[in-house]
Design a protein around this ligand. Structure first.
Ligand code: HEC
Ligand code: HEC
Ligand code: HEC
Ligand code: HEC
Ligand code: HEC
Length: 497
């Protein structure tokens, strides 16, 4: 090797080494920064506490999550999901049979597509179900950041005693009285005001907020809603197998000295569904008793039905939501059973939580942030589904579309069966059939309607548990047709054409 060449080689080696050293020290600085971020991701600028229902101060500490949370004002329409701005569509535009099914009930007045969390309180304040019909204070359990109001109006030794008794007290008020109490709590806790986002309400009442799902001291996930805590306790105390919620099965094997407590016994992965199960569930919320989640026999459609059928109101009457205007049947109204339906599906069984699909991680610099723009996962399939499924976006969307379109077709058929049943039963009643003569048909109406509504009110268009949804619709169609036959037989026995 000549001297000249060896100088060049030496120079080249020096450059490579220097570049390597620079890269290495850059990397070390980067790692140190990341370690710092990981150790102290929550540099708190503002103190937040149990009564900080306004999300804005929290947003000063956790700007990424707050920014995404604010995006829930934006529409996220998909083929079946999301709702429009300024006003979502009436469900009866797509499912005209709903108006017939709800004859005589407030839901026949006004029943719209859901939309982003930012709207939950205004949409409740404005629905004709509230403005034109008396409603209980319990409605606010799931539409406002309400726990400090429960605590303020409640009494007792422990925090839970206060929250729980306040929950009962607010439930006994009218919607308007309870609403005024939530506003009053807001005014007792003045908080920094600033932006004019739809979420920042001037009256101090807020839709679901950080404090509803997070412990302000530790930021750990937690559930706060008494309806959920009591409901899941009742489920744990039952004998219904819960393979999708392993911590319940574990608690059952223990000494049961204390009731199942989701905040203590629940796993982190379960908490990622429990926080949603505080509201996205079937419930009773009427004038006759305090709001409750009917999970004492389990989460399946027939388990809930059995619980309602055995339940007596304080006045001694069998449980029902309203009397159907066409037939006089005492029937049940189902509400958005997302948690219950998810529980019967393949994802829950595989340990996949609501937040995995509806709050998928977003990368922001060194941080992995849970997307707080809670919405349909279809606009974010790459983050929500591809982490587990090795298929391209188009394929995954096609799989969802196949499930949803099959489901829609069966749902519409069940709706037709419902209307055909109501037509004949209504005629029989007009022809003089007494409730005793129509007893069999009336009982079948209650069953068919409960099943159809349970599926129709669920918001995933079959996706959360495709086969379970089809099973329930199959039963609904069968029961509606049986009721139709019984009413038709009554008429033909009297030779009514
Ligand atoms: C495996 C993924 C997955 C899991 C887990 C999951 N969902 Fe969904 N969810 C979906 C899909 C897909 C849709 C249909 C979205 C659409 O039609 O745009 C949906 C729809 C919804 C909707 C209606 C969305 C809209 O835009 O109108 C709600 C509400 C919902 N899910 C709540 C829940 C809750 C609560 C849980 C847990 C108890 C849950 N989901 C678990 C995937 C999931
Ligand atoms: C305090 C009650 C409450 C909690 C907790 C809650 N939701 Fe909701 N959610 C609602 C209400 C009410 C609406 C409908 C608001 C409206 O239509 O005005 C809604 C709407 C939605 C929508 C439709 C969004 C859109 O853009 O159309 C999805 C999806 C959803 N929720 C999923 C979830 C998931 C997932 C969780 C848990 C991480 C959760 N929710 C927690 C009450 C709640
Ligand atoms: C256990 C929780 C819970 C309670 C109690 C509750 N809601 Fe809701 N509400 C929800 C959830 C979750 C949604 C979004 C899913 C949907 O629209 O199906 C919703 C959606 C709504 C909507 C928007 C869609 C629609 O139905 O037009 C209105 C309005 C509404 N609720 C009014 C009420 C009223 C009135 C009451 C009291 C009778 C009430 N809610 C009680 C959880 C609850
Ligand atoms: C409906 C429930 C819900 C609400 C309301 C909510 N969060 Fe979260 N948040 C979650 C879930 C679920 C996670 C994921 C936690 C986990 O996996 O352990 C999370 C995670 C976080 C984390 C941990 C880092 C991350 O992004 O994963 C922070 C910080 C956070 N949220 C801040 C906020 C702030 C600030 C607000 C109010 C603006 C808020 N959250 C409102 C459910 C909620
Ligand atoms: C955390 C992992 C995980 C995520 C996230 C996830 N899945 Fe899955 N998915 C699974 C597992 C596990 C199964 C069950 C597979 C089995 O047991 O064979 C499954 C099953 C399915 C199935 C077949 C079962 C059925 O319901 O018919 C479809 C379709 C599906 N997933 C679509 C989706 C879509 C779409 C998303 C995003 C919205 C999604 N998955 C998100 C893990 C996941």
């Amino acid at each position: 090797m000549s001297r000249r060449v060896s100088v060049w080689v030496f120079g080249a080696v020096l450059i490579v080494v220097a570049a390597g050293a620079a890269a290495l020290s850059g990397l070390l600085v980067n790692i140190a920064e990341r370690k710092q971020e990981a150790k102290d991701p929550y540099l708190k600028l503002v103190n937040v506490a149990e009564d900080t229902t306004d999300p804005q101060p929290w947003g000063m500490n956790w700007p990424r999550e707050y920014e995404q949370y604010q995006r829930t004002v934006d529409p996220s329409r998909t083929s079946f999901g999301g709702g429009d701005v300024p006003v979502p569509h009436e469900k009866a535009d797509t499912f005209p049979w709903l108006t017939r099914m709800f004859a005589g009930y407030a839901f026949s007045l006004d029943y719209r597509d859901r939309r982003g969390h930012a709207y939950m309180l205004v949409d409740q304040e404005k629905t004709r179900r509230v403005t034109e019909r008396p409603q209980p204070g319990s409605c606010l359990h799931c539409h406002a950041s309400i726990i400090p109001t429960y605590r303020r109006l409640g009494s007792g030794e422990s925090d839970w005693d206060k929250v729980r008794s306040g929950f009962v007290a607010l439930g006994a008020m009218t919607y308007q009285q309870a609403h005024a109490e939530v506003v009053k709590t807001g005014s007792l806790n003045p908080v920094p005001k600033g932006t004019t986002q739809a979420l920042e309400r001037v009256d101090g009442a807020h839709p679901v907020s950080c404090v509803d799902c997070h412990d302000p001291k530790t930021m750990h996930l937690r559930v706060t809603r008494p309806g959920f805590i009591l409901g899941i306790q009742a489920l744990a105390a039952s004998t219904e197998p819960t393979p999708q919620l392993p911590s319940i099965e574990r608690w059952r094997q223990g000494n049961r000295a204390k009731p199942y407590d989701p905040n203590v016994d629940g796993t982190r992965q379960e908490m990622r569904s429990y926080v949603c199960g505080q509201c996205h569930v079937e419930y009773y919320c009427g004038p006759k008793t305090t709001l409750f989640f009917p999970w004492n026999n389990g989460l399946k459609v027939e388990a809930i039905e059995a619980y309602y059928d055995g339940y007596k109101f304080p006045d001694g009457h069998r449980f029902y939501d309203w009397q159907h205007a066409d037939t006089g049947a005492e029937v049940l109204k189902a509400q958005h059973p997302e948690f219950e339906t998810w529980s019967q599906g393949p994802h829950a069984r595989s340990g996949v939580a609501c937040a995995d699909c509806h709050m998928p991680y977003v990368r922001d610099g060194a941080m992995k942030v849970s997307d707080h723009w809670v919405r349909s996962p279809l606009p974010t399939v790459s983050r929500a589904c591809q982490v587990c499924h090795p298929f391209d976006e188009a394929e995954l969307k096609a799989r969802v579309a196949t499930i949803q379109n099959r489901h829609l077709a069966l749902l519409q058929r069940a709706g037709s069966a419902m209307v055909a049943m109501l037509d004949v039963m209504k005629q029989a009643r007009a022809d003089g059939a007494t409730p005793e003569q129509l007893r069999g048909a009336l009982d079948l109406q209650r069953k068919a309607q409960w099943r159809l509504d349970f599926v129709a009110a669920e918001n995933s268009m079959g996706f959360h548990a495709p086969q379970e949804a089809a099973r329930i619709l199959g039963e609904a169609i069968d029961e509606a047709r049986q009721a139709q036959i019984l009413a038709a037989q009554w008429r033909s026995a009297r030779r009514i054409p």
